[in-house]
Each structure stands twice: as C-alpha cells, then as structure tokens.
Design a binder for this molecule. Structure first.
Ligand SMILES: [Cu+2]
Length: 160
C-alpha cells in the first residue's frame, strides 16, 4: 500500500480549493465575481452592468469608468410606485461582506455607448476603490448576456 496516496490526494484537493478563490481575486484584497452587462440592441445607447464585490478591508467604491462610454454608479428606488434610478456618489464596501450590484438595485450604468454590446463579448469596466486613503483601479471584464429581468428605463435626469 502506498501510504502517500491519500495524503497526496488531500494535498492536491487542498491546493485546488486554495487556488480557486485566488483566481477570482482581482487585486489588493478586492474580489469581484459574477460580472455581467446586459446586451444592447444596435440602436440602444445605454445599458447596465452588474457584479458582486467583496473587499477584505473596509473600502468604498467611489467611481466607475469604461472605455465603452460614460459610466455612472446608480441605485434604484421605488418612488410613487415607479422604479427610478439615480446616480450615487459612492457605495460603501464593509470589510469581508459581499455587496451585490444586481437588477433592481445598485448597478453600473453605461451610457453614450460607442459600440453595441453583443452577447459573448466582454465589457471592460474599471472600478475605482478607495481604502485607507488610497485609491486603486480594479479592471473587470463583464460578460455580455441577454437577460430578460426588467431594468427600469426611467432615470432621474440631472439638469445640466
Ligand atoms: Cu441606471
């Protein structure tokens, strides 16, 4: 009998489980998962992107950018029975807590899109995250998906 067989298998399994969270890890204690953006029609100039963020340390999402167009951090609120979106200046990321950006909640609004978001493409996003007085830019690739879940089309427009 090979006495090393079981410990080695256990060791490899342990390595695998340790490696998986590391693969999902972006940088500096920020973990991004399930990043996706809603596919657009050819004529459509805006859409939303969603993801989960977990920060090891207390942090704050203070900005979003994308080479695809303008990007803003939005939240959704029911006002007078109508789902409306408005821009928020930041989103708190408590230490080690998963924050979900999802349809009907917080999201990344992409506007003035320069290209159509076709399913299968990846939408590049940059999250600007502030922690302990330092900012880092976290690059994310959001998978473009067709998704039927409703997204409000009503914005609380900023008056320019
Ligand atoms: Cu929005």
């Amino acid at each position: 009998m090979n006495i090393f067989r079981i410990p080695l298998r256990l060791f490899l399994l342990t390595c695998l489980f340790l490696a998986l969270p590391l693969l999902a890890m972006e940088q500096q204690g920020i973990e991004i998962s399930s990043a996706w953006a809603r596919a657009t029609l050819a004529s459509q100039k805006s859409t939303a992107a969603y993801l989960n963020i977990r920060s090891a340390n207390e942090a704050r999402l203070v900005g979003v950018e994308s080479p695809l167009g303008d990007a803003e951090l939005h939240t959704t609120k029911i006002i007078d029975g109508i789902m409306r979106m408005r821009e928020i200046p930041f989103l708190d990321l408590p230490a080690d807590k998963q924050i979900e950006l999802r349809p009907g909640g917080h999201h990344i609004m992409l506007m003035q899109l320069k290209t159509q978001l076709v399913p299968g493409l990846n939408a590049p996003l940059i999250l600007i995250i502030e922690s302990e007085g330092r900012q880092q830019r976290v690059h994310v690739k959001a998978e473009v998906l067709l998704h039927s879940a409703a997204h409000p089309s009503t914005h609380m427009q900023k008056k320019n």
